[in-house]
Design a binder for this molecule. Sequence first.
Ligand code: SF4
Ligand code: SF4
Length: 230
Amino acid sequence: MKNHYLNYLLIHKKLLLSSIVIVTLLAAWRYPLIGYTVPVVMITGIVVSVYKGRYVCGNLCPRGAFYTVYLSKLSKNKPIPPLLKNPVFRWSAFGLMMGFFAVRVIQSGGNWYSLGILFWTMCAVTTGIGIGTGILFKPRTWCAFCPMGTLQNAIGGHKEPLKVSQSCVNCKLCEKKCPLELPIAKYREQGVSLERDCLKCNVCVATCPKKALSFDKKLHKNKEEPVMVS
Ligand code: SF4
Ligand code: SF4
């Protein structure tokens, strides 16, 4: 019976995670303390990134799951504009969000309800931007410039990288499915991806017809470290 529930949770993980976004958006303006789910997810992502890079983005982030579940059918699936991946743009977005956050925290005077409303506002505005960009381009376009993703990239983007084995035949099916359009096949020779934005979502691993991809820690580690967004 226990396994039955576990299997149910795993199969419907994305749907369950995305419901957190819907509940937060619908309820936190009325019950501001629900807005605190936002910093909980943010802090979890930052802490886990020390050991696993952007693992939370690809596996536990409610908003990432929301975009995957609800935008996949609506999205025009156009390529993500290079500007949105540009490090200067990404760090500017990070600075803007942190600046806005700091000013509003000071204005709130430490009032718990005002802070809850602030988290709800941030969630609503950024989710709106993510929905717009996700419809115009790839569903998870937001994740290419999400300020928290940029921070996690900087902290632990080199941790637990994707392994690319010699059985890769350069068909690039994996790259077509990657939510962030990351290059993969070009790492065949060195055996390990240097892409710090990898979400560890396993979409490419499941797609590869040659079973050339893996996150198996036992496979060899490359001496080269991925380049940080700077
Ligand atoms: S899908 Fe597999 S074989 Fe094709 S390019 Fe990607 S890793 Fe290589
Ligand atoms: S490279 Fe693979 S695991 Fe990483 S984000 Fe792309 S599809 Fe997901």
